[in-house]
Design a protein around this ligand. Sequence first.
Ligand SMILES: Cc1cc2nc3c(=O)[nH]c(=O)nc-3n(C[C@H](O)[C@H](O)[C@H](O)COP(=O)(O)OP(=O)(O)OC[C@H]3O[C@@H](n4cnc5c(N)ncnc54)[C@H](O)[C@@H]3O)c2cc1C
Length: 263
Amino acid sequence: MHVVVCVKQTPDSAAKMSVDNGKVTWGDSGLVVNPWDEYAIEEAIRLKEKHGGKATAISMGPESAKEALKTCLAMGCDEAVLISDPALKGSDALATSYVLAKAIEKLGDVGMVLFGKQAIDGDTGLVPVAVARRLNWSPLTYTIKIAELDPGTKIIKAERLLEQGKQIVTATLPAVVGTVKDINEPRYPSFMGIRKAAKAVINTWSAADLGLDASQIGAAGSPTHWPRVFPLPARAGSVELIDGTPEEIAAKLADKLLADKVI
Ligand SMILES: Cc1cc2nc3c(=O)[nH]c(=O)nc-3n(C[C@H](O)[C@H](O)[C@H](O)COP(=O)(O)OP(=O)(O)OC[C@H]3O[C@@H](n4cnc5c(N)ncnc54)[C@H](O)[C@@H]3O)c2cc1C
């Protein structure tokens, strides 16, 4: 089975976000694989290892996103494709889903597309369901376990993690699977993998390569607008550390909570 994993390059989770001239910026913080995507990458590799076939990582982004794709190769993905074109700048979730769906169609023989839960910068969580809708495939979001998968009958049984509990769903492949962090423990790239990825050639597809409609990409294809972007006010409040033995700390804490009418 050919499994595709969609990966976004994001600022490091430790990066400090600020707003500069009405634009969100992370300064010159390092760029990483979107942390939620690591679980999707791991699942794609495990599926390939169990059922055969190959795992391909794809990303829409600037040239720098090749580094994120190299991490995917170092972890164990077989191939990687970057979709990059100046015309894609300014794309929102709708336009991004159009581009990714077109790339998946171009790959041709895909049985499953995996995503992380959300991107830690954009944070909309919209892209997986929008891609599923465009492809007309079942969206199995918040998947915590792929309980059964038969590439022969093309039936997938997945457990979805909901606030109220778990939901077990079945669908027919091809399908879009959104993952949550408890689905697996992502592996570290191996030394050999890192060496192999460093030498790997990453295919780059342009808007023309995908035959994209100019009215559906970039700012022209993005109905979302950010009329005002502003940072939240700094949090008021202070921190006080209580010291002493555990009994003394508990007594002092109880006194303070009583004095402040918290308890
Ligand atoms: C008006 C506007 C202009 C914007 N301009 C830009 C811009 O110029 N450059 C820019 O980088 N962002 C831009 N953004 C942000 C960008 O639209 C979002 O990051 C993008 O739509 C994806 O949504 P998300 O980040 O919320 O992903 P989510 O929906 O939260 O992500 C869910 C899953 O989809 C995957 N995914 C998301 N995006 C990609 C991708 N590009 N490739 C592969 N997988 C992906 C994630 O990795 C994750 O696994 C803009 C947004 C708006 C509204």
